[in-house]
Design a protein around this ligand. Structure first.
Ligand code: ZN
Length: 968
């Protein structure tokens, strides 16, 4: 009855242009709108209005309604018409909302009245039925112009305005999904009370929307759940309801910003580059790291993963475990006529259980040896089945000679193991793609993005940087092959097509389980990032599709998050059920760093006095308290570094370090036990000098008693933390910079490390800058290397002088921006500017598009060009590919798809590594195209062009736009 809208409803299109709508997926914000009961003159009936079509003659009215619906959905078979007729009759007879609208229709004749539906249910207790239909008392007829509360639905007889329906309105579900809630039942509203499970009495706590919908999606024996029978409709319902749940949580965060600002901001938490500027606090809206899936949350997870790496080195195995919709546990629960894709609730539940058992199989049964630590994160792929990335660290590292026995990339021999042969040939064979099957989803630009088929090789080879090259024997050398039928053609598949797997895990779990050995992977940071990147939701950028909307507040993290997220049905149901998307063991405890009294306190007028007296307790303050204890625990704590405390003490609810009571007994301190838990001291931006040096002391000094005590070296008290660091020799020989950069290499991106290095150069004047560069140039350049690898889809590319040079230029640009000094000033060899002209920032920006992604846009959108657009598209692409040049003027009324066409042209050129500069006359127009800039910015046009007859562009031939303008 209402219209459903989202920033974007995503259709899945395979590489061959075929659409597979296996799941429902939306991007950005979602909204429901409702209009008036009757359409404006000369307009056709839409949505709710269809129920009020036709005259008094009920038979003709029915026929009209059925016509309107069938026309709208292009249905013309007699069966479809009969179904529509039956449903119309059902709704007219039983839907309470419709009955209510009809019974009030006569009151609306004058045009002065409206129907109002209250958003909340009449307080519970008065209605005993669980899913109340609105009773007439809840609905009021009001005079137009009367004040209405914001969440009320106000329906008029005829007007042009569409009203947004608040997602907390109890009729939201019934208006959007009349077929599921065919009686007009109430959905979630805010004042449903929780009940005591024992006595059944109402408590004063409200039921959250997550609990409400989780309850509604449950399978109960002996009772039918209509939602689970609705196939594609239930997919949409799940996404819709998850968005509702998320909106409720985000609204809470928006209204509690003051508290969050106090808790989230530095120095209690990591200095995130963007938020380091405390002056911005005033207008920023924070999405805290406690919000699962938020960028801060992802960042904390990556940092925690790197804590494992710092402690235990590289992970041993990287496992990708994908849900198999053919698992018997799933198929046995399907209702007649359903397949797995109709029941995301079942696939989610079964996958969660399987994942749990896979993890415990590895970690508790020690199949690959005792486990040191592990972590996983769940994601959703294109077809939207869940998969998990798992990292495992074992006590005994996997040796190169053992890899063959653990990981195989060969087809098993069916004569010795028929079961494994069946599992591997159904689950672990890539493609085929390439010339055998050009429409395979992995194919981009005629190449397989996963680089299959691999080469035959008789013995496993360990790569210098990357995964090992596993043994794949040809049939002549004893390898197996089998026949696979693809679109009626028999194809002989051999070992070149096998995705590396573990025979043991594959056999037990019968699914796609890719197992890789990470022992020789250099840039482990990127694997940790990849594992923790989260679903599409984390990969977001700010974009504003509505030209008339006010400019986005870049510091409003909540809105930016809502605009950028993607939600698919499976992910929605996973989150409604409250399943974890990350898990890890052991725990990583975050340790605060702040100056004395520098912890932020949250207070209101009422609590200010109390807060001033009772300073909030932090892990750092309490560490000092712990070291001050007069008992044996205090004495033991004095032997510990701050980051070691969580091994022996737990951070209790009462905000105190309490001795652990489980684990391995500690000999030195009876009654104390040691655990595997790790501590991570939050990083501090070196710009906050004193706090930075305090952190340096905390990671080097054991058992400090207070902020003063930590500044005491050999009995002498120093006034500043820096002086204490100097006295301890932590600052000699640039050691601290060396260790700081080494630590940053584990945690930060190349860009962040370069900034750090530039700050060190310009503000701290290290004695041997060149040595620091030589020691850390790899980590400062790894983002550049990574970019090359993604761009050319080639993981064998390694560091080159050109990349180091590019990195050096970026550092020099920063030094010039900070201190206006070239790097030669700091005793480093200069960057080679002339050789890198083509690599400078402007050029880079134009070259950093992901060709695979761009090609994806092209292959998805070219088939949907209309005839006229296609003619223009072909003509312009001909001019580009033939290098003939040209000047085209595209003139068409607004809304006919000019922007769409131009975006596609840009993507096509960029997908082939070409440079396409998008330039628009105004800033607003520039926001419509990817990578678009205004003409003033791109060509350095002078602003006073009208008054100055001699105005010229300030564009130089030497700068990159000169180059790229030529290349065009
Ligand atoms: Zn392929």
């Amino acid at each position: 009855m209402t219209s459903f809208g989202a920033t974007e409803i995503v259709n899945n299109i395979a590489a061959n242009g075929q659409q597979f709508n296996s799941t429902f997926k939306i991007k950005g914000q979602m909204y429901h709108k409702v209009g008036s009961l009757l359409p404006m003159p000369n307009e056709s009936h839409k949505f709710l209005q269809i129920y009020f079509m036709g005259g008094e003659d009920s038979e003709r009215a029915l026929a009209n309604r059925v016509d309107a619906r069938c026309d709208y959905h292009n249905l013309n078979s007699p069966f479809a018409r009969r179904i529509v007729t039956d449903l119309d009759a059902l709704l007219n007879e039983h839907n309470e909302l419709l009955k209510l609208f009809k019974s009030h229709m006569h009151k609306l004749q004058s045009g002065n009245h409206a129907i109002v539906i209250n958003p909340d249910r009449t307080p519970a207790g008065e209605h005993v039925r669980r899913f109340n239909a609105p009773v007439v008392d809840d609905v009021a007829g009001i005079m137009v112009g009367d004040r209405t509360a914001t969440r009320q639905i106000v329906i008029r007889r005829r007007n042009n305005n569409l009203q947004f329906i608040s997602d907390t309105h109890r009729s939201y579900d019934a208006l959007q999904c009349p077929l599921i809630f065919w009686k007009g039942q109430d959905g979630y509203c805010v004042n449903i009370k929780q009940r005591d499970p024992v006595t059944g009495a109402e408590t004063n706590k409200n039921v959250s929307s997550k609990d409400f919908y989780s309850y509604r999606l449950m399978i109960r024996s002996g009772r039918d759940n209509i939602i689970l029978r609705c196939r594609e409709l239930s997919q949409q319902f799940m996404v819709d309801m998850y968005v509702k749940i998320e909106s409720e949580r985000l609204r809470y965060l928006r209204y509690n910003q003051q508290k969050l600002r106090a808790e989230e901001y530095i120095p209690l938490r990591d200095a995130i580059a963007k938020t380091a500027d405390t002056a911005e606090i005033g207008n920023s809206v924070i999405l805290p790291s406690s919000y699962v899936g938020s960028p801060r949350h992802m960042q904390e997870y990556i940092q925690d993963a790197m804590t494992f790496v710092r402690e235990y080195g590289r992970p041993c195995l990287f496992i990708t475990f994908t849900c198999n919709p053919k698992w018997q546990e799933i198929t046995s629960l399907l209702l007649p006529g359903q397949n797995a894709i109709h029941r995301h609730d079942i696939t989610a539940r079964v996958f969660k259980q399987k994942l749990k058992s896979l993890i415990s199989f590895i970690t508790k049964s020690h199949v690959f040896g005792p486990t040191r630590c592990w972590m996983y994160s769940v994601e959703w792929q294109k077809r939207r089945l869940p998969h998990a990335h798992i990292l495992n660290w074992f006590v005994d590292k996997i040796r190169a000679e053992d890899i063959d026995s653990l990981i195989s990339a060969e087809i098993p021999d069916p004569s010795t193991d028929q079961l494994l042969f069946d599992i591997v040939t159904t689950n672990m064979i890539h493609g085929p793609c390439g010339i055998l099957n050009r429409s395979s989803p992995c194919m981009v630009d005629g190449k397989c993005t996963k680089r299959f088929p691999k080469d035959f090789i008789n013995d496993m080879v360990t790569h210098i940087d990357g995964y090992p090259i596993y043994r794949r024997r040809s049939t002549e050398n004893g390898g197996q092959s089998f026949i696979k039928t693809i679109s009626n053609a028999d194809i002989d598949m051999d070992n070149r097509w096998v995705v590396p797997y573990s025979p043991l895990l594959s056999k037990i779990f019968n699914a796609h389980i890719n197992v890789e050995s990470c022992s020789s992977v250099k840039s482990i940071k990127y694997i940790c990032k990849y594992v923790n990147k989260g679903s599409d939701m984390a990969v977001f950028r700010i974009e504003n599709t509505n030209v008339n909307a006010p400019p986005l507040n870049e510091n409003d993290e909540i809105t930016n998050y809502q605009i950028g997220r993607y939600i698919s049905s499976n992910e929605a149901v996973w989150r409604i059920f409250g399943f974890q998307i990350h898990e890890r063991d052991p725990a990583v405890i975050h340790l605060a760093v702040h100056l004395e009294n520098g912890q932020r306190a949250y207070f209101t007028d009422d609590t200010a006095l109390d807060r001033a007296i009772n300073q909030p307790k932090t892990t750092l303050n309490e560490f000092f308290e712990l070291c001050n204890r007069a008992d044996a625990f205090g004495a033991f704590a004095q032997t510990l570094l701050y980051s070691e405390v969580p091994r022996y003490f737990t951070w209790a609810q009462s905000k105190k370090w309490m001795p652990r009571k489980k684990g391995t007994p500690v000999d030195a301190c009876p009654g104390l036990f040691k655990s595997n838990n790790l501590g991570r001291v939050y990083t501090v931006n070196p710009r906050q000098t004193e706090c930075f040096y305090l952190r340096l002391l905390l990671v080097n000094v054991t058992g400090p008693l207070s902020f003063q005590d930590i500044r005491k070296v050999d009995g002498q008290q120093y006034p500043t933390y820096k002086d204490a660091c100097l006295a301890l020799g932590l600052l000699e020989d640039d050691n601290q910079w060396d260790s700081m950069l080494a630590e940053a290499a584990l945690n930060c991106t190349g860009t962040q490390i370069r900034l750090l290095f530039a700050i060190v150069l310009t503000t701290c004047f290290p004695a041997r800058a060149q040595m620091l560069w030589d020691n850390h140039k790899d980590s400062m350049t790894d983002a550049i290397l990574y970019r090359y690898r993604t761009r050319y889809n080639d993981l064998t590319i390694s560091f080159s002088d050109a990349m180091y040079n590019e990195s050096l230029i970026a550092i020099e640009d920063l030094c010039i921006a900070i201190a206006n000094l070239p790097i030669s000033h700091f005793g480093m060899s200069s960057s080679n500017r002339s050789a890198s002209d083509l690599l400078n920032t402007d050029m880079n920006r134009e070259l950093q598009y992901n060709t695979v992604e761009m090609a994806g846009i092209v292959s998805r959108n070219v088939p949907i060009l209309n005839d006229e657009q296609k003619i223009i598209y072909d003509r312009i692409m001909l001019a580009v590919s033939a290098g003939q040049g040209g000047f085209f003027f595209l003139d068409a009324p607004g809304g006919t798809g000019k922007t769409f066409l131009i975006s596609l042209l840009l993507a096509e050129i960029r997908s082939k590594n070409g440079i396409a500069l998008a330039v628009a006359s105004s800033g607003i127009a520039a926001t419509l195209l990817d990578g678009c800039r205004t003409a003033h910015s791109a060509f350095k046009l002078p602003l006073n062009i009208q008054n100055n007859p001699d105005a010229v562009c300030k564009i130089k031939k030497t700068i990159v736009y000169g180059h790229s303008a030529e290349t065009m």
